[in-house]
Design a protein around this ligand. Structure first.
Ligand code: DAH
Length: 350
């Protein structure tokens, strides 16, 4: 060890050598922290040495201050450097341990699927497409004129009670059924023959219950041409029901009334759960029959409103609710499930 005139400078040199020596052997970040406190902390070795400065002759004091600053700077730099080295080392080992193992199975990707209503709509459009029906998109916000008047439902007519309506204003409504699309399709196609279905959302001002929603889908059907008869309507609907519900299904046409068809029918299918037996069946409420749609021959005035001469042309129309049909098909007892986005429900329709 070199001889120093100044005893505190000698001490500082000792501290420096000792601190640097210890630092070199350290491999742990928490040890490093202890080291920093021991040498550079407020009560650390450097400060301790400086405490003796008062005992020195005044001419020796500046040198101590100078050397102490130098040693402090050296120790701080060495400390930072050591921290860096250790961090790098740690990073290198973690990376080595975490090497990508390409043989591990991947994370499962959760696939979305089509909503049950979309699925049934696709099935329905597919069946009607096979019978030559095109899809015609009509608007959801309708005028009173199309939603009611051109369908033979004048203002204040009691028939309006069949549709609890959301009025935007006196002349504009959210369509309560897809039937106004009949007029729009006729006006777009006349005088050509028509075979279209009109799927889409409808809205009614309903008290929401397990059987009624404020919004739901409907699929309207319309065929207009020369010599179209009720036999065509029966044939088309029977083919449809058999393809959707099964080959051996029976259908029943019941007389009914709609302002825009004449004659009008409601169509029932024999209950697929009890095979039409009825006894004890919860789906058909023991009647053996399930109502699936309304239909009829297009009323002459409605044909006229669409631009067709009823003396030359005739047509049939029908309207059904896909949610209701899905409920029948799968025994679902609450229509609200279709709009509640509950995965436990939706995942059953993959
Ligand atoms: N629009 C009727 C409703 O929502 C359903 C309907 C009945 C449509 C008979 C038709 C039809 O095209 O011919 O209650």
């Amino acid at each position: 060890m070199p001889a120093y005139d100044n005893p505190l400078v000698a001490e500082l040199e000792t501290v420096r050598t000792q601190a640097l020596g210890e630092l070199d052997t350290m491999s742990d970040l928490t040890d490093l922290d202890a080291w920093r406190i021991q040498y550079l902390g407020r009560r650390g070795a450097l400060t301790q040495v400086m405490r003796g400065i008062g005992q020195l002759p005044p001419q020796q004091r500046p040198e101590v201050g100078q050397v102490s600053n130098d040693v402090k700077a050296i120790l701080e730099a060495a400390f930072d450097n050591r921290v860096d080295v250790l961090k790098q080392k740690r990073l290198a080992t973690t990376l080595a341990q975490e090497q990508l193992d390409v043989t591990l199975p991947g994370f499962p990707v959760s696939l979305g699927r089509l909503h049950p209503t979309t699925q049934i709509l696709r099935e329905i459009t597919g069946i009607f497409a096979d019978m030559g029906f095109q899809v015609y998109d009509s608007r959801e916000v309708e005028s009173d004129l199309y939603n009611f008047e051109l369908l033979n439902i004048p203002p204040y007519h009691p028939a309006r009670d069949m549709w609890d309506t959301f009025y935007i204003n006196e002349r504009v409504v959210l369509r309560t059924h897809t039937s106004p699309g009949q007029i729009r399709a006729m006006q777009a196609f006349h005088p050509d023959p028509i075979r279209v279905i009109l799927p889409g959302m409808c809205y009614r001002y309903e008290q929401v219950t397990s059987r009624h929603e404020m919004m739901f889908t409907q699929v309207e059907g319309l065929a207009v041409g020369e010599n179209i008869t009720m036999a065509d309507l029966k044939g088309v609907l029977e083919n449809f029901a058999r393809r959707l519900f099964g080959d051996n299904r029976r259908m029943r046409f019941r007389c009914s009334h709609f302002p825009f068809t004449e004659p009008s029918v409601e169509v029932d299918m024999d209950c697929f759960l009890c095979n039409g037996e009825g006894t004890g069946c919860s789906i058909c409420k023991e009647s053996g029959w399930l109502e699936i749609l309304g239909a009829g021959m297009v009323h002459p005035q409605v044909l006229r409103n669409g631009g067709y001469d009823p003396a030359v042309y005739s047509g049939f129309a029908f309207g059904m609710g896909p949610e209701r049909i899905t409920m029948l098909k799968y025994g679902i007892d609450d229509i609200r499930l279709f709009f509640s986005n509950d995965l436990r429900f939706l995942e059953q329709f993959s």
